[in-house]
Design a protein around this ligand. Sequence first.
Ligand code: AVI
Length: 331
Amino acid sequence: MSRLRWITLNSSEALIREGEDVIQGLEQTPKTLPCRYFYDDRGSQFFEQICDLPEYYPTRTEQSILETYASEIAQLTGACELVELGSGSSRKTRLLLEAYSQFSDPLQYCPIDVSAGILKTTALELLHQYPKLKLCGLAGTYEQALDQLPPAELENRMLIFLGSTIGNLSEAEYQQFLDRVRKALQPGEFFLLGVDLQKDPAILEAAYNDAQGITAAFNLNSLSHLNWRFQGNFNLEQFDHWAFYNTTEHQIEMHLRSLVTQTIALEALAFQTTLQAGETIRTEISRKFHLPALVKTLETYAFQPLQVWTDPNNWFGLLLCQRQCISDECP
Ligand code: AVI
């Protein structure tokens, strides 16, 4: 029997007009854009480069925590099916696969990503590397995946969400997301979450204003993406990258600042707006967490943290949580 399965997830949002989120964001004051527009092919390549930048500590710090504790995580959960949201190249997950392959046979992994291309390339590599691996790739968004997860093939399951991507969600999206994860998991199952922690703003601001200008190029690329996708007329020369730490909200904010007063048109959306000189479009928030407060929030969503690991600087946190029973779920 084949060790590889593919599922293309259905969009319950198909009725929402393509680009509606762009119009909504640009009609707001202050203007915003959804951060998903960073990730066309070029943007995804910039993001891979960001992960290797000397100033961008989250990727290598989380990687070092996983290197140290992957076998402890596997010991704590026992054999289980690994389901990863936003798996990308599964770079860090290979450490977990290695640890679980010591005692899990078959080794079951379900990577989920919006990019079917990256899923396929990674799947083929992993199947070659792990002869005991059975892989079920799901192409779709987090929301679709959580709402349409196929039944687990093993008795237990662990949902993995690394890289502090949870920090890119607004407060409302964050709460909806945790609620979806709670519904997607059975009591007793596991949730492994990687989060970036609050720290000296100078370290945070350096991570989003790298000396080589890759983060600036990543930010500006969202405008090129809108240009090709919606026949836009953004002139990238007339915008500046601006990233700062908002100490009240505990979040990095990335903006694009208009250098002149200009009218922007997105022909395919029949949309037009004017930007004043100096006006900004907020393209991303990246929330930074306080571990005790996060633990409390997770508990309100029926997740009991079993173990929390950090690096020696306390810059990044990895939480292993277990889904608890609520109301009449358990005898
Ligand atoms: C994907 N996400 C967790 C990154 C972050 O740090 O918020 C995206 C990013 N934006 C700028 N640099 C990296």
